[in-house]
Design a protein around this ligand. Structure first.
Ligand SMILES: [Zn+2]
Length: 140
């Protein structure tokens, strides 16, 4: 059940645990006056911890959250989130895959345009390098 804090004009405070349906913005005070609800910060607000470190960018001491925000902004940085690494890894993999496909397509095209004698020469050279050659025809 949520609780609500009330304060009357004489300064008497009271905390009432009320069901949502019983909640009203004013409640009677023991002194006879009406007490108004006081809105406070939600309980889940995390108290900020102290900050104390040297900036990894320029080594300047950071001793407050304001300094931290300033330091990050000054150097075009944002707070680290582990998900960023996942995203970056995924982007690199996508770029690699796209590049591989481009290279494959380009090689396929170049090989297709090659005169027969040149193909035989290429095959010979590759085999001399100790690689196996398997000619395979693929269509995308
Ligand atoms: Zn009162």
């Amino acid at each position: 059940m949520p609780y609500y804090d009330y304060c009357c004009p004489d300064g008497h405070t009271q905390r009432l645990f009320l069901a949502l349906r019983d909640h009203t913005p004013k409640q009677p005070c023991s002194c006879g006056l009406w007490a108004e609800q006081r809105i406070g910060a939600p309980l889940l607000v995390k108290a900020s911890q102290d900050v104390c470190y040297d900036s990894p960018i320029d080594g300047s001491p950071i001793t407050s959250w304001a300094q931290r925000r300033e330091d990050l902004a000054k150097h075009g940085c944002i707070p680290y989130d582990p998900e960023m690494k996942t995203d970056a890894t995924r982007r690199v993999q996508e770029a690699d895959t796209a590049l591989d496909q481009k290279i494959d397509a380009h090689l396929e095209e170049a090989y297709t345009r090659m005169p027969h004698a040149q193909r035989q020469q290429l095959k010979k050279e590759v085999v001399e390098q100790g690689m196996e050659v398997q000619l395979e025809r693929r269509t995308a």
